[in-house]
Design a protein around this ligand. Structure first.
Ligand code: HEC
Length: 474
């Protein structure tokens, strides 16, 4: 069996998942702004053309500058940043995505090109075009933007709900997976709301408008928040389409997930409530400060939602196919025999700071199997999590990692590797001294091997709902 290894990058005290998450959230927010913004401008350009509204036309020009500056520039920078970091953090996941969806990426890219060309043409020539041509360019821009969402959404939702693809390996079975449709519609609605909120800021910033002109424009932009009434239903549909254990994390199984989920819902409710009472009923004027605040709430809602979507996939990056640490379920039993880092060709960056061979082995095992979700002393740091444990407790809990927390993959190495990893964690727990003689753990390698055998190589989520055979190991 040929298990691939990739060079890995360290991000210090920042957990790798958080790096992708941070850039990803900004990127998703901007991308959704670009999509909703396109639709919103079509609407206003249509008003300009069919109703002869000079005001609407003035708004389109003002809004488009913001869209181009923010979403084209920052969107592109974060988009490339996302590729750069994700291939360093999880090259194997990206590899499988590119392999499976090669032509889908290509198609997505084509639409993205069309979006840029239509957008730039509008930016450059809108002043000399008539209303019909302006609408044509904007419609092309937004159709292209929405379709790039369509394509990328298939790939992202496939990661959590690969559905029939797992058995069939058919690209369309993977693309039109169970959560494809609810998440596509949900994202479209989100895009429209974000666009409306940004519109309220822009309307306040366009110079030389009277208060009543601004009010008129805000009332029109407010129409774009109306689809928010669908969100509860879409949310329920989406939740029904994801695996039961992922739902359990959200519903309290993982407090962090639950809190981020609540954050997403809370912020959406605040925006929805405000939109309902002010924008749609046309009663309140939204000034620039309020509009900015609402936009920030929209950003937090996006952050909450994306965090949860990424988080509930654990312990996988591609559900049932690839664990977050880039080991496949098929390879697990093999790696338990031959060792997870026996064939890892990449040297440790800081090997001269680690005093013994055994500790260096432990560091490599940590890097390969744990570092995607843990740091040593920073975010989700192992020293924080295990600082009070006895040596026996540490070995048992790592040997039966999927039982310790079912959102962790099973341990994928030999008993010797596990002992080395435990020594390495203990070495850190006791202050990383220059000399370290392997402390007696009280657990022999035979003991560790029997813990590993007892729990097996199946994922924890499979063990969750079945009765214990022998009442547990200890
Ligand atoms: C898919 C991501 C992921 C991987 C891979 C992973 N962990 Fe974890 N681990 C977590 C999360 C999330 C927690 C929960 C932290 C919390 O409860 O605050 C956790 C908790 C723990 C805990 C504390 C458990 C408890 O009950 O308090 C230990 C110990 C631990 N992990 C060790 C490891 C080791 C050792 C490895 C590598 C062999 C590893 N983990 C791999 C995500 C992961």
């Amino acid at each position: 069996m040929d298990v691939p290894y990739y060079p890995t990058h360290e991000f210090g005290p920042l957990m790798k998942g958080l790096i992708i998450g941070g850039i990803g959230i900004v990127h998703v927010f901007l991308a959704q702004f670009a999509i909703g913004g396109g639709l919103l401008m079509c609407y206003f350009q249509w008003l300009a053309g069919s109703r002869g509204s000079q005001l609407a036309r003035q708004f389109v020009d003002g809004y488009f500058k913001v869209l181009v500056l923010i979403s084209f520039v920052v969107g592109a920078v974060t988009g490339v940043g996302l590729w750069l970091t994700s291939i360093q953090i999880s090259p194997r996941t990206i590899g499988i995505m590119v392999d499976e969806f090669h032509w889908v990426w290509a198609t997505e890219w084509t639409f993205f090109c069309l979006e840029i060309v239509a957008g730039y043409s509008f930016y450059r020539y809108s002043r000399i075009l008539n209303d019909r041509n302006r609408l044509f360019l904007l419609a092309t821009y937004s159709a292209a933007a929405w379709f790039s969402l369509f394509w990328i959404n298939g790939i992202l939702s496939w990661q959590l709900t690969p559905g029939e693809w797992v058995a069939e390996r058919n690209v369309w079975a993977g693309f039109f997976n169970p959560s494809f449709l609810p998440s596509l519609i949900f994202r479209t609605v989100t895009s429209m709301v974000i666009a409306a909120l940004v519109a309220c800021i822009v309307i306040n910033l366009i110079p030389d408008l009277s208060r009543s002109q601004r009010e008129k424009l805000i009332a029109k932009a407010g129409h774009f928040t109306a689809p928010m009434v669908l969100m509860p239903l879409l949310g329920i549909w989406y939740m029904a389409s994801i695996p039961a254990d992922s739902r359990q994390w959200i519903m309290g199984g993982s407090v962090a997930m639950t809190m981020f989920f609540a954050l997403g819902i809370g912020c959406s409710l605040l925006i929805g409530g405000y939109a309902l009472f002010s924008l749609l009923r046309g009663g309140l004027y939204i000034n620039v400060a309020t509009a900015t605040l609402l936009c920030l709430l929209g950003f937090l809602a996006t952050a909450g939602g994306e965090f949860v979507r990424e988080g509930v996939r654990k312990p996988y990056t591609i559900r049932t196919v690839l664990y977050s640490n880039s080991v496949t379920p098929d390879e697990l039993a093999y790696l338990r025999r031959v060792g997870s880092v026996t064939n890892d060709p990449y040297p440790l960056l800081s090997s001269d700071e680690i005093p013994t061979d055994q500790l260096q082995l432990g560091a490599k095992v940590f890097r390969f199997q744990c570092s995607v979700c843990h740091t040593v002393q920073g975010a989700n740091g192992l020293t924080h999590l295990t600082g009070t444990w006895t040596p026996m407790q540490l070995r048992l809990n790592v040997a039966q990692l999927q039982r310790t927390k079912p959102f962790m993959p099973p341990f994928a190495g030999t008993p010797e590797e596990l002992e080395a990893l435990a020594q390495w964690i203990e070495w850190h727990n006791s202050g990383s001294m220059d000399d370290w003689s392997a402390a007696d753990s009280g657990a022999s390698l035979t003991q560790i091997a029997s813990w590993l055998d007892e729990v097996g190589t199946r994922p924890g989520i499979d063990l969750m709902n079945e009765p214990r055979v022998s009442g547990g190991a200890q």
